[in-house]
Structure formats: structure tokens, C-alpha cells
Design a protein around this ligand. Structure first.
Ligand SMILES: [Cu+2]
Length: 244
């Protein structure tokens, strides 16, 4: 009898019972821009002075990396306080070889993430509001130096939106930060796949809008998904001719 109750409890609290929204993102057709290769000499900045812009990471079947995917206004169910919560996902961005890795991250508003200097050189991390393609950048959010290799700083953005990180010492270094109001977001890897992270939250059954944003498209894609038992899968396809 007790054994049965314990098994039922274990089943209810198994990791699979947290929200699990997954999918893939592809691009159809050729994008309207290309990546550029350029030479930029700088001491302690990686092995090669040959560098590349990082606009596009497209796989052989159009798999698109660096796409942020999120659920709009997720209805999160109250968390059971008798369960010890898993530690929140640790989001990190590294300056390594005088580029940012990853090139695109997503974080929740008001939740700290970590910026690391992995290079034996000075970088400064200059965060600005992004106002959209062709628009002048908005206000500075923070601007600080990372002087030594291994320096780590926790930062946060208090307001949802899109931000850029730039290094003023190495002017080609740029990264994107998408800041979301709610948990339930992810970024595609080189295989175009994503898994949205809801932390320990579960999601009420129902229909939700889900958005996908890539830095080289002015507008996110949006569609509706039906979530049942905390799960849904979804695919997005960007139209390359709408990129810039
Ligand atoms: Cu730098």
C-alpha cells in the first residue's frame, strides 16, 4: 500500500511532468545577406586574426541556429512547495577568442546571468537597448570592463526586450540578448532544435501563442500551439527572402 503511494508520488514529480515544449526551426530559401570574413589583428585574441561575422548558422537542410523561441503569456500552474526546486538554469555567455559564445542568448527579466572573460586580454561589455533594424541603438544598460582571464560577472536586465552586447576594444565583437518576461524559452542550436526551459513550472493545458525570433529578421514568427499534459512540439520555418 505505502509502496504504491510512493510510486504514484514519484511518477507525479518525475522530471517529465514539468513543461516540455520542443521543436525545430529551419529557413527556406537564401537569406538576403551573407557573412563576411575579415582580418583583425589583436593581441591575445585567439590563434587566428581571420574572423567572421555571425549572421547566419544554417545547416544542410536549412536548420537555423541562434533563434530564440518562447511562449507568450504562459499560464504557469502553482508550484508544489513540498518539492525541492531544481536550481535555475545557469545562463552564461563567454568572451573567447575575441568573440561571444553563444552569439545569441535568452534570459528572463530580473534574473542574473553570467558573463565570463575567457581571454587573457581586456574586454569591455557594453549593453545597449536594440530598437530594431536600421534604428539607432537605445540607452546604455551597463558598461564595464573585464580585465583578466577568468573574470566572471553576474548581470541582469530588468525589462523585457532585445539588447546587444558589444566590446568597445574589439569593435567586431557583438552578441544578442533576448529578455523575456516569463519562463519558457530556449535558443536553437546548430541542428535547429530547441527545448523551452520552464524551470520547475508546469503549464496549464490550452492554446498558446509561441514566437520565434532571429536577429536577421525584423519580425518574429508566431503560431498557436496546443499544450496537453505539459507537452507540445512545434516547427517554424523562416522565409529567407524576408531577412536583412
Ligand atoms: Cu574585447
Amino acid at each position: 500500500m505505502w509502496k504504491a503511494i510512493v510510486l504514484v508520488l514519484l511518477a507525479a514529480f518525475a522530471p517529465g511532468s514539468f513543461a516540455d515544449i520542443t521543436g525545430t526551426v529551419t529557413i527556406q530559401g537564401k537569406p538576403n545577406s551573407k557573412d563576411e570574413t575579415f582580418v583583425a589583428q589583436a593581441p591575445n585574441c585567439g590563434e587566428s586574426p581571420i574572423r567572421h561575422t555571425e549572421n547566419w548558422k544554417i545547416g544542410p537542410k536549412g536548420e537555423l541556429a541562434d533563434v530564440v523561441v518562447w511562449v507568450v503569456d504562459p499560464k504557469l500552474l502553482p508550484f508544489d512547495t513540498t518539492i525541492e526546486p531544481a536550481p535555475p538554469p545557469k545562463i552564461e555567455i563567454k568572451q573567447i577568442g575575441c568573440r561571444y559564445d553563444p552569439h545569441v542568448i535568452a534570459v528572463q527579466a530580473g534574473v542574473p546571468f553570467t558573463i565570463i572573460n575567457a581571454d587573457p586580454t581586456l574586454h569591455n561589455v557594453h549593453a545597449k537597448v536594440y530598437n530594431g533594424p536600421g534604428q539607432p541603438p537605445g540607452a546604455d544598460v551597463f558598461n564595464f570592463g573585464q580585465v583578466y582571464q577568468g573574470q566572471k560577472d553576474d548581470k541582469q536586465f530588468d525589462d523585457p526586450g532585445i539588447y546587444t552586447l558589444q566590446c568597445d576594444v574589439h569593435n567586431w565583437m557583438q552578441a544578442w540578448v533576448k529578455v523575456l518576461k516569463d519562463p519558457g524559452f530556449g535558443v536553437t542550436g546548430p541542428d535547429g532544435a530547441f527545448k523551452l526551459n520552464f524551470g520547475n513550472n508546469t503549464l496549464a493545458d490550452g492554446d498558446y501563442k509561441i514566437d520565434a525570433w532571429h536577429p536577421r529578421f525584423a519580425q518574429p514568427l508566431e503560431q498557436t500551439i496546443h499544450v496537453k499534459n505539459n507537452t507540445a512540439t512545434v516547427t517554424f520555418q523562416f522565409d529567407g527572402s524576408k531577412s536583412f
